[in-house]
Design a protein around this ligand. Structure first.
Ligand SMILES: O=P(O)(O)OC[C@H]1O[C@H](OP(=O)(O)OP(=O)(O)O)[C@H](O)[C@@H]1O
Ligand code: HPA
Ligand SMILES: [Mg+2]
Length: 179
């Protein structure tokens, strides 16, 4: 375990197994459809890569980049689009892939935006949910794990752009972001 990590919440093996189950659920639910899987950069990249490998039909992938945290451990509440989709989603079934729902502000914004763009359906899949911190009413359609109200790193989640490559999900030691 890295010295900046207080505790491991989910090991690499536990994450792999949960993603396998989520992929199987999505495979069943989207049988005969052609969903567009939209990964939200950068946090969702590791989860997205593993999830699509567990979906048993060919999928199309696209990415958006938005930011509300920047270098901070607190959401600014303002969602900025840094990279938009490459294509129209009108009439498409879309699945948004996120690493975490914290305040929920990012996903509410994105869901509304994609619905305004006339997607046929918009579903949310998130690796983690931190319900104690929600500021808006939001529920994922597919959820990996619920996490407590601590700052989480690993498996795509960063603090100031670091720790994304940890192969497990852990709690960052508070002294790392308080110093
Ligand atoms: O529910 P919320 O409070 O909106 O927080 C969740 C969002 O914040 C993080 O992204 P961030 O803006 O840090 O960008 P990153 O994915 O590049 O780390 C995370 O990846 C989610 O997108
Ligand atoms: O707990 C978190 N860790 C990393 N990034 C985040 N973005 C929102 N919440 C978190
Ligand atoms: Mg981040």
């Amino acid at each position: 375990m890295h010295t900046d990590v207080l505790e491991i919440l989910f090991t690499e093996e536990a994450v792999t197994e949960r993603i396998r189950e989520l992929g199987a659920q999505i495979t069943r639910d989207y049988e005969g459809k052609n969903p567009l899987i939209i990964g939200i950069l950068k946090g969702a990249t590791l989860f997205m890569a593993d999830l699509v490998k567990r979906i048993e039909f060919p999928v199309e992938m696209d990415f958006m980049a938005v930011s509300s945290y920047g270098q901070s451990s607190e959401s600014s509440g303002v969602v900025r689009i840094i990279k938009d989709l490459d294509q129209s989603i009108e009439g498409r079934d879309v699945i948004i892939v996120e690493d975490i729902i914290d305040t929920g502000l990012t996903l509410v914004y994105l869901k509304n935006l994609l619905e305004q763009r006339k997607a046929a359906s918009v579903k949310l899949v998130t690796l983690l949910d931190k319900p104690d911190r929600h500021k808006v009413d939001i529920t994922a359609d597919y959820l990996g794990f619920t996490v407590p109200d601590h700052f989480i790193v690993g498996y795509g989640l960063d603090y100031a752009e670091r720790y994304r490559n940890l192969p497990y999900i852990g709690v960052l030691k508070p002294e790392v972001y308080q110093s």
